[in-house]
Design a protein around this ligand. Structure first.
Ligand code: SF4
Length: 323
């Protein structure tokens, strides 16, 4: 981000949302700060609002009162960005190309909340003051702050300042990352991280490219370098488990082979695919491509989990929840 201040507390980043009382993103009760911007295009992504760096407009037709309101048909809204179709229902339609430049000031003119922005600029201190509200939970449970995305490492100065500030306030820190970034970005962030949760999405480079838009060469190099350069960080590998994509024994065994030589990789979690985020594509005027895919069966998850448990020398492990 250009023209950033020199005081780290005043650095600004694009924050999608801050979620309190999380329990799957690191130890204890946590507050998870979601940043905007991602360098992958996973076809199953349930968080399309986290992909673009800029704050962006969303439109929920269920909340639009249509002709009874009509506020977005007039200036200062861009001409033609919103319109009615005669004979259709009473709600406005959106020309997403013309509406792309709408900002928070315009969205806030919508009286019903049908128009909202995904994401806003916040300073490090503004985020940490929000996180601080649950400090007593962190103290009692060993929890703290997790930064997720999007891709955390794509805002390396902001993420590093947030994590350093969280440590200074006495909070445990964690990041969720796919590490598809230059090593120099990771190097800035990891000195301030207690736990790094990282995605092994697919193992075969061509398949990784097919499903996420990039191959995994740089990602795997970054994981290995991170394990070796930061021995005090706790690493937890994860796979978002999608039938027909990666929910197979071959992938699970390949990930285990990659991580097991590194003793600071303490676990490998399976995150069964779910369809919760799909309505958000419609709010952004986009189409979800992976419509036919299903959540993995409990039997399949249990079978793959058993392979992991055996590799980690555990008799059994309850399945984690996941995204
Ligand atoms: S301003 Fe909001 S409620 Fe009014 S017509 Fe536009 S989208 Fe609908």
């Amino acid at each position: 981000m250009k023209n950033q201040p020199t005081n780290p507390s005043d650095l600004k980043g694009t924050v999608l949302n801050i979620q309190r009382y999380c329990s799957h993103d690191g130890p204890g009760i946590r507050t998870t700060v979601f940043l905007k911007g991602c360098s992958l295009r996973c076809k199953w992504c349930g968080n399309p609002e986290s992909i673009a760096f800029k704050p962006e407009l969303s439109y929920d037709p269920q909340k639009c009162t249509g002709k009874a309101c009509g506020r977005c048909l007039k200036p200062p809204f861009p001409e033609g960005a919103f319109y009615f179709v005669e004979g259709d229902d009473e709600r406005v339609k959106v020309n997403w190309d013309l509406a792309a430049d709408c900002d928070q000031a315009l969205a806030s003119l919508c009286p019903t909340g049908a128009l909202e922005m995904f994401g806003k600029l916040m300073t490090v201190n503004e985020v940490l003051d929000e996180v601080e509200k649950d400090a007593s939970f962190y103290r009692n449970t060993g929890g703290g702050m997790t930064i997720s995305g999007g891709e955390v490492m794509l805002q390396p100065d902001f993420a590093a300042a947030l994590l350093k500030g969280a440590h200074e306030r006495g909070f445990n820190t964690a990041v969720e990352t796919a590490c598809n970034v230059p090593w120099s970005f990771i190097e800035k962030v990891l000195p301030h991280v207690d736990t790094m949760l990282h995605d092994h999405k697919l193992t075969v480079p061509e398949r990784h490219k097919k499903w996420t838009g990039v191959d995994n060469k740089r990602i795997l190099e970054n994981f290995k370098k991170a394990y070796e350069t930061f021995p005090d960080v706790v690493f937890i590998a994860r796979t978002p488990l999608i039938p027909g994509v990666n929910a197979d024994e071959e992938h699970i065994r390949a990930v285990l082979e990659f991580i097991r030589p590194h003793k600071n990789v303490i676990d490998y979690e399976l995150l069964p695919y779910h369809r919760f985020g799909l309505g958000k594509y419609e709010l952004l005027g986009e189409v979800y491509e992976l419509d036919d895919y299903k959540t993995p069966s409990a039997d399949l998850v249990a079978r793959l989990q058993a392979i992991i448990d055996e590799a980690f020398g555990r008799k059994e492990k309850t399945s984690p929840g996941g995204n």
